[in-house]
Every structure is written in C-alpha cells, then in structure tokens.
Design a protein around this ligand. Structure first.
Ligand SMILES: [Zn+2]
Length: 417
C-alpha cells in the first residue's frame, strides 16, 4: 500500500533561488503544454510531446529534460480533465436554458470552461530525477543548475512511514516554503478477510451510523461548521479593510476543520469494525445532482442545500479507504436510492415510512427504529443481495443473527404516536 509523506525542505538561500527558478520554468512549460492541448483539443500525451518537447527544450535550455517531460505529463492530466468538463458543460447548457425558459426566468449566462493554468505547478520527480536518504534525512533534486542536495524535516505523525521504499514525489511551493510529497510503498498487512459486513449510513445530522449500532461522529460538528460559515459570510458582506484581514486569517480554516472531521470520523469507523470486514457505504458522488433536499426557498432548506453542496464525500471516502486498507478491510459503495424509505425488516418501501429526521416507523409492519440505523441496515442488505446475485452467500456476521434486530431494546424504542 502507498502512503504520501509531506516533508518540509530546508534549502539554503542559494538553493532557494535555484528552486524558485526551476519551479518558474517548469510552470511556464506546464502552461505552454496546457495552452497547446486545450486550443487544439488534444489530450494525447504522445501527440503533445511531439508538438511541444523541442520548442520547450530550446526555450528552457537549463531545465532538465526529465522535468520538461514531467511538466507535459502533469499538463496532459489537466487538459484531459478540462476537456472532459468542457464537453459535459457544453452539453448541459441547452438543458439549463430550456429549464429557465419553462420557468419564465432569464437564461443563465454561459461561462466557458477556461484553459488550465498554474501559478506554481508542482514538479513530479521520479527515480531518475531525485533520491531520498532516510538515515541522513537528505534528498537530492534535479534543478536548473544541476543536482541540489538538501536536508528535510519529517512531521511527527509521518515518522512511522519513514524508511519505506520511495516511489515518485511532488515538489510543491506553499506559503513561501517548499514541500516534497514523497510516495512511499509499504507492505500490505496480511489480514484474512472475514464474512463480517457493516453498513454505514452517512448523514448531516448524525455523521455516521453503522449497522451494528454505533453512532459515530460528533453532533457539535454541524454547529461548528455553521458558525465558521456565518462568520465568513458576514465578513465578506462587510468588505472593509479590517474584514479582509480577518478573512485572510480565516482562509482555509473551514477546509481544515472539515478535513479534521473527516479524519476523525473515518478513524472511528475503522476502529469500530473488526479487521478484515467489509464496509458498505452509499455512493454519494452524484448527490449534488440527484438530491431533492434543499430545492426550496425557505430558510431551513437553503441551509441544508448549502450543507449538501459543501459535503466532502470524496475526501471522506479517500480517508476511509486508506485507513481501512491498513486494517485489511474493503470499502464498497452501493446505490443510495430508497435506503432511507425502505423498511429493513419487511422490505416495504414508502416515502412516509420515515416520520421525521430521526424516526422510522414502517407503515406496513410497524417496525420502529432510528431512521439512520434503518438506513445502515438497508445499505448492508443491499450489498449482501448483490453478493447473493453472484452466488456468494455470507452466513456469519449478520446483524439479524446476533440479536440486533430486536427493536425493543431501550433507546431505540419509538415514542407512542
Ligand atoms: Zn416493515
């Protein structure tokens, strides 16, 4: 399994100047390839190489050939994603216009997708253009004036990965300092997969509920994020000099806060499951397009709309995936449709089964439990039925066989309606 360690470089003043120069020339190459690719609509690496390599080499004679190629590789990725986005964007625009016309609103303005451009493009180093020595904590990088050797500092939390086999690395410039994102390859743990399957329901009020009845995450998070958002909005509206100074201080705080929450939540989920089990999540990648929540104008819906649209599902999923990998777990995504409306006991599906944010009461069999827990059980069931359709039947680890299906156990008992 691969892990990325972010180490801070400690260059001397002269080395700093060399790195600056290298970064600048690399970024110029990156932008040139991006322009070429975007204007011609070409995202083929070989074609872009043919078109740009020799002109760029002539333009930047000091920049090592390896780095010219590296800039082209990075630019190709950027062009590819920009072109895909452009295609999608142009295809969806007529639909937006038609919709606006139908509702009697003025047509939205067309915002064309622009050519990708970087202020400082990270440099991808590989075995031929850099090395790292863990014993002496030194690294050597190819630059405009040959190889440059310098020391680096490893953050405390990453020390456990030091000494692993080094793969590629990215050199990034951030807030006046240089960081090397080193990819380290570590041996995967030898944990046998078990039959245990755990469904996880993600939500805005309850961050995560698992099918074995763990309610994870802090309910304070919602309020914390909201507070930060409100402060930011207030300052943005004010627009004075002092407000701008405060905004600068806050910049990235919301992002860091959410990242912390995602880290904590994914860690707790992994700790609450036995090694080797399978974690089943809803696939919320397209929640922005498919969500019906927040299509209104009253206050509460606008609030949930904002939260849905700022949900960091992809980030959370990547955190969970790598934490699970270290404990021999697999993470699967299932289709989230109807998981919150279906009864996990009898399978009856109706929108009004869910009585409130937290209460689920089946219209048919009267089964009553926490709505998020019901969702988690359905998510688990969905994965098991997919497995069954492939002819794989899991016998053990079912919540139904371990006494978890009795709804009458204390806190999950429904209030009398
Ligand atoms: Zn039912």
């Amino acid at each position: 399994m691969d892990r990325t360690i972010v180490v801070q470089l400690n260059p001397t003043k002269e080395q700093m100047a060399v790195l600056d120069q290298t970064m600048q020339e690399h970024t110029e190459c990156f932008n040139a390839v991006c322009r070429q690719g975007f204007q011609t609509g070409c995202s083929n690496g070989i074609e872009l190489h043919k078109a740009t390599y020799y002109p760029l080499r002539a333009e930047h004679p000091d920049l090592p050939a390896q780095l010219v190629c590296a800039s082209r590789v990075k630019a190709t990725e950027a062009v590819k994603s920009a072109l895909t986005w452009k295609k999608k964007h142009e295809a969806s625009y007529p639909k937006l216009v038609a919709k606006a016309e139908k509702q009697g609103r003025p047509a939205p303005k067309f915002k064309p997708v622009r050519c990708p451009q970087a202020v400082s493009a990270p440099i991808r180093y590989d075995a031929r253009s850099y090395w790292v020595k863990w014993q002496s904590m030194t690294c050597s990088l190819a630059t405009v004036s040959g190889r440059v050797e310098m020391t680096f500092t490893v953050p405390k939390h990453a020390l456990k990965y030091v000494g692993g086999k080094v793969c590629s690395a990215d050199l990034c410039f951030h807030h006046g300092r240089y960081f090397l994102h080193v990819v380290v390859s570590l041996p995967a743990p030898t944990i046998e997969p078990t039959d245990c399957v755990i469904g996880i329901d993600l939500g805005l009020n309850r961050p995560a509920v698992t099918s074995n009845r763990h309610f994870l995450g802090d309910s304070r998070w919602k309020e914390q994020e909201r507070r930060m958002f409100r402060i930011r909005r207030k300052l943005q509206r004010k627009g004075t000099k002092s407000a701008k100074r405060h905004l600068k201080k806050l910049s990235g705080k919301l992002f860091r806060q959410r990242r912390d929450h995602d880290h904590v939540l994914s860690k707790r989920i992994v700790q609450n499951a036995t090694p080797g089990s399978t974690l089943v999540l809803e696939n919320l990648t397209n929640i922005r397009e498919s969500s019906k929540i927040g299509r209104g104008k009253n206050g509460k819906n606008v609030e949930s709309k904002r939260r849905i649209h700022s949900w960091s599902f992809a980030q959370f999923y990547s955190f969970l995936a790598y934490k699970a990998e270290a404990r021999g777990m697999t993470v699967v995504k299932v289709d989230p449709r109807h998981t919150s409306q279906t009864c996990s006991k009898c399978g009856y599906q109706a929108r009004n089964n869910r009585r409130s944010q937290s209460l689920f009461l089946c219209r048919q069999c009267g089964y009553c439990l926490n709505a998020d827990l019901n969702g988690a059980l359905n998510i688990r069931e969905k994965h098991l039925s997919t497995l069954a359709s492939f002819g794989i039947a899991l016998t053990s680890g079912s919540p139904m066989s371990s006494g978890l299906s009795q709804p009458s156990s204390g806190e999950l008992q429904a209030p009398v309606l």
